[in-house]
Write a protein that binds this ligand. Structure first.
Ligand code: EPU
Length: 421
């Protein structure tokens, strides 16, 4: 079993540069196949999810080249093949092939997506949107079958019952080449939505309103290749902010769009963590004073990101008193809690409220990363703890954090990966 081993208690300092955003990247790649000519994506993070998506593209006869963060995607010879199972089931973002294949070929077979276990993760809103645009959608033995043989997708008005990043992007993809105008209401406003809309517009799409809660998409016939640089990863930035505040003494986090993590910065400020905010960086300064406990409630963007509540949890152990977290997006996103408690934390979950008693005395232990952000939470805790922490399930961490061991080592952490024979 592959393991990450951390000898904790070292104070981190220096600098870390944030990579391209995972949750943009995993949508930009499926978006790129909708073009008729090659697309180059720049600043693509070196994470396992990217390699999984590249494998899926190659299965569809899409030529790819990935060097130094530049990913060339050439869909010129792409073929529509059914993808009921296999790699497609291994990551959440494979659902973006539903919208992309519908737009490109008017059909597709896509296995139901996998991804992190955060409790129920339905895709009813995605499917509602495809049906409203005129696609026939059927679930046959765990794979979704899409078909427009009765006529091209038609622009329409769609209201999302829940604010969903995935549904917003997937319906946007399908509507991009539909006939006429599609209005999607109550859409997600995450920065990743704007990033993906920017790529599609450069490819020739006509998408207006990205970043607001209403999208207006006028269908176009053709999409062409272009190049595009992915935005920095706000969740990776937030994770390193938590690391720096929990286990650092003077750390600069660079390549950050500060506006994208304002909700986290406000909470760190409330805790009494000294920071210097630069134009595209944040420095966390040394601080030995006790921290103030806080209450966090996750919300759709621009609210506090659900993806950051797990990495933040170990830092809250440094507060003097009890902090609370309510995750309104994924109330069952609590897989990190029993593992943190094995390291000596005192955290309870009562009626979907996470209650964290201030107690920074963590001890290294053997723990398991059951999902990506739970894994990040264990890395933060391992860096804070006295002694050795051994984390298994590390694929879940490497899926989404580029060069995490190298980045932390450069800041003085004692961390390494031990691969099974
Ligand atoms: N929802 C529905 N029906 C749907 C779609 C969503 O009820 O058809 C609900 C979900 O159950 C959830 C809420 O709506 O309660 C929001 O879910 P959303 O669709 O926004 O989540 P997602 O698109 O599947 C993306 C990120 C997640 C991140 C969430 C929320 C990707 C690939 N994943 O997931 O990222 O937590 O948005 O911001 O972009 C991660 O990076 O660790 C991660 C899990």
């Amino acid at each position: 079993m592959d393991k990450i081993i951390i000898n904790g208690g070292k104070k981190l300092s220096g600098e870390v540069t944030i990579s391209g955003a995972k949750n943009s990247t995993v949508a930009l790649i499926p978006a790129a196949i909708m073009a008729d000519t090659p697309v180059t994506l720049e600043g693509i993070p070196d994470i396992e999810d990217v390699y999984s998506l590249i494998e899926i593209l190659n299965e569809m006869n899409v030529h790819t080249e990935f060097h130094d963060g530049n990913l060339l995607i050439d869909p010129t010879e792409m073929v529509s093949i059914p993808m009921p199972s296999g790699k497609i089931n291994s990551l959440r973002a494979s659902y973006y092939f539903m919208g992309a294949l519908l737009a490109k070929f008017g059909e597709g077979v896509v296995g139901l997506p996998g991804g992190c276990d955060l409790g129920p993760r339905p895709i009813d809103q995605h499917l509602k949107g495809f049906r409203k645009l005129g696609a026939k959608v059927e679930n046959k033995m765990g794979a979704m079958h899409f078909d427009t043989s009765e006529g091209k997708l038609q622009g329409t008005k769609i209201y999302l019952d829940v604010v969903s990043v995935g549904a917003t992007l997937n319906i946007m993809f399908a509507a991009t080449k539909a006939e006429g105008v599609t209005i999607i209401e109550n859409v997600a406003r995450e920065p990743e939505i704007i990033d993906v809309a920017n790529l599609l517009n450069k490819m020739g799409a006509n998408i207006r309103g990205a970043g607001t809660d209403i999208l207006r998409i006028t269908g176009v016939d053709k999409l062409e290749g272009t190049s595009h640089r992915v935005i920095p990863d706000r969740i990776e930035a937030g994770t390193y902010l938590a690391i720096a505040a929990a286990a650092g003494e003077n750390v600069l986090i660079d390549n950050v769009i500060v506006e994208h993590i304002e909700s986290l910065v406000a909470k760190l400020d409330e805790m009494g963590i000294p920071m210097e905010i630069g134009e595209d960086s944040i420095r966390i300064l040394a601080n030995n004073k006790p921290l103030t406990p806080i209450s966090v409630k996750t919300q759709p963007y621009p609210g506090f990101a659900t993806d950051l509540q797990q990495p933040l949890t170990p830092l809250l152990l440094r507060a003097k008193g009890e902090s609370t977290i309510i995750d309104t997006i994924y109330p069952k996103r609590v897989n990190h809690i029993p593992e943190l408690n094995r390291m000596g934390a005192k955290i309870r979950v009562e009626s979907d409220v996470i209650l964290i008693s201030g107690n920074p005395q963590l001890t290294g232990a053997e723990v398991q990363a059951s999902d990506l952000r739970a894994g990040a939470s264990l890395v933060v805790a391992g860096l804070m703890a006295e002694g050795t922490t051994t984390i298994t399930g590390i694929f879940n961490i490497l899926r989404g954090y580029a060069n995490i061991v190298e980045k932390l080592t450069a800041m003085g952490a004692d961390i390494r990966i031990e691969y099974a024979e």
